[in-house]
Write a protein of this length. Structure first.
Lengths: 399, 194
């Protein structure tokens, strides 16, 4: 069934379709309408879930960690400083290997205070051991929430489903609401190997020593380092699981794409624009304009950011003349995090082959600065004409 | 009124900017038109409110883009084909014609007569939606459904019937008939030209 709603409602409907048992969240702009909508579903009895209002984002994720440890399918959502306030629990959730799904409605972080969109919040959580997936429209938001539970529960790793604040969260567009019976066929009930149970008590994630040791059962237990190594190993293996999820989703819902990257007019392109989220859709208008002039340019939207699909990225960019990375966040003191990751993948897979493209990094849309399509076109044109800088260039800066 | 069809016959992409005040329901009105456009075969409809600074009574804007194909550019409208103004006093507070394409249409809720206004290069449609809405039984100041009738009269974009159905669906628990009546009366009484 098609409907016209905003991105927060698309996310809320996805959560409802996944039959989530426990929701704990603290409101923050622009995430607020998402959690409000979920509380309405629970209040009206349309969702058989426990909605736990909390006094902070830190507690929201703490509640999710506890409920997930007890075997519940859980959900939370936040933005910006709320996510930063959660940070300690964010690390805990991945270390504890809990399949929590959280929507991050991307917003600029303070200071100074700003409620508008950029992606500094989720990018700053890149190294926390969570899977990160970025969405470009409402269909991707609702579909990704559904896929995220399947992937998270398969690999026991939490997932951030990221979408642009306001630009997607508050904008209305049509999308297909997946049928409940199809979602049920796609996503079986959550049955963890172990769930906290008073009849079978256990202590979870207590002090774990630097070295391995024999546990109370007389078995050699992992040390901290083994546990952390396995998180990394299984995150890398998640790329294959995501491909499986995409295939399974396509079989049931008839919508299937590349699980990691969304390409647009790339096959014959000499130049490729790269980005995360709704920006990669806006770039299509610029690419179409440049194509009319005979300039062979395409777009690579990175949907799966962590684990990073380095091989797929390098393969898509091999032999291109230039890669132009547009980012709404940066690793302060160097450059955009995506640009660095991308260069690393290019070096790893293409060094010495003569197929290494030049890389230009643009920073834009910080704190909700309006992104004009003609500015994107100009920036692409400049890089295509050979203007490649060592430092990232800021678009739309008024200094 | 001959301009109506010529203006839109060749258009696969229409941009409508709504000017209202916080609390006046411009977003709901734009959403109703978006829904009617979608069921009329416009696969791409995108409605984006101004972000983050809404307050009751303050001037607010909403962008509505309607396209035959999926819309990928979610940025705000810069050169609208149509502007809809829910309160005539906004003419003094906001530059409502900013970027409006030459030959574009202004749909205005005003108690003043059509002849009172002179917009060079633009077409105008006026109605006293505030009075019409009270006549239809709505509380004073509820104008967001009546204005849809004026928009349709001025543009002949989607047909009044599909908009009436959209209004009654949106307001199914909040006086559907009074709201659709306001749109019907506005459709009949709107003066358009230019």
């Amino acid at each position: 069934m098609h409907m016209i709603e905003n991105g927060n409602v698309a996310a809320a409907l996805g959560v409802r379709r996944c039959r989530v048992n426990v929701i704990a969240a603290y409101p923050i702009t622009p995430q607020t309408p998402l959690t409000e909508r979920l509380s309405e579903y629970v209040e009206a009895g349309e969702m058989k879930a426990e909605y736990i209002p909390v006094e902070s984002e830190h507690s929201a994720l703490a509640v999710c960690i506890a409920a997930s440890s007890a075997g519940s399918r859980v959900f939370t959502a936040t933005s910006a400083n709320g996510l930063l306030y959660m940070h300690e629990q964010v690390q805990w959730a991945s270390g504890a290997r809990l399949p929590i799904v959280m929507c991050v409605v991307n917003r600029a972080v303070g200071a100074p205070w700003n409620v508008w969109n950029d992606q500094q919040d989720s990018i700053s959580q890149r190294d926390t051991g969570w899977i990160q997936i970025y969405c470009s429209d409402h269909q991707q938001i609702i579909d990704t929430v559904i896929k995220a539970y399947w992937i998270a529960e398969k690999v026991s790793i939490p997932i951030m489903v990221c979408y642009d604040g306001y630009i997607l969260s508050h904008t209305y567009m049509p999308f297909d609401l997946p049928d409940q019976d199809k979602v049920d066929a796609f996503l079986p009930p959550f049955k963890p190997d172990y769930a906290l149970n008073p009849d079978e008590p256990a202590s979870l994630n207590t002090v774990t020593l630097p070295d391995v040791r024999v546990d109370v059962r007389g078995e050699l237990a992992h040390g901290y380092m083994e546990i952390r190594y396995l998180l990394q190993e299984e995150l890398r293996k998640t790329l294959a699981v995501a491909a499986e999820a995409e295939k399974r989703f396509g079989d049931i819902f008839g919508r299937e794409g590349d699980p990691y990257l969304e390409s647009y007019r790339t096959s014959d392109a000499d130049y490729i624009a790269v980005g995360l989220g709704s920006l990669t859709y806006q770039l299509r208008v610029s690419v179409d304009a440049l194509r009319k002039e005979g300039i062979k340019v395409g777009i690579l939207g990175v949907r799966f950011y962590r684990p990073f699909p380095d091989e797929a990225v390098a393969s898509a960019l091999k032999g291109k003349k230039a890669v132009i990375v547009f980012e709404k966040a940066l690793s302060y003191g160097y450059e955009g995090a995506l640009a660095s990751d991308l260069k690393s993948a290019l070096y790893e897979h293409l060094a010495g082959t003569g197929a290494l493209p030049a890389v230009q990094n643009y920073i834009l849309g910080i704190g909700g600065r309006e992104i004009h399509t003609d500015h994107l076109t100009q920036a692409l044109r400049a890089a295509i004409q050979g203007s490649i800088s060592k430092e990232p260039v800021w678009i739309g800066l008024k200094l | 009124m001959a301009y109506k069809l010529e203006f839109f016959m060749s258009k696969d992409y229409i941009e409508i900017r709504w000017h209202g005040r916080g609390g006046q329901g411009a977003i709901t009105a734009a959403k109703i038109v978006a829904g009617a456009a979608f069921v009329s075969g416009y696969a791409g409809v995108v409605m984006a409110p101004t972000f983050g600074t809404e307050r009751r009574g303050a001037p607010v804007m909403t962008s509505l883009k309607i396209s035959r194909t999926k819309i990928y550019d979610l940025s705000p409208i810069e050169t609208p084909d149509i502007v809809v103004v829910l309160d005539h006093l906004l003419l003094k507070e906001a530059d409502v014609t900013h970027g409006l394409k030459p030959g574009g249409i202004i749909v205005l809720n005003t108690p003043m007569a059509f002849e009172f206004y002179h917009f060079k290069d633009y077409k105008l449609a006026t109605a006293d939606i505030t009075a019409i809405s009270v006549e239809a039984g709505l509380p004073h100041g509820m104008v967001n459904t009546g204005i849809i009738g004026s928009l349709e009269k001025a543009t002949n974009l989607l047909g009044i019937d599909i908009l009436i159905r959209g209004i009654e669906e949106e307001f199914r628990t909040r006086g559907p008939k009074k709201n659709s009546l306001a749109a019907k009366i506005a459709f009949e009484r709107t003066v358009a030209g230019g």
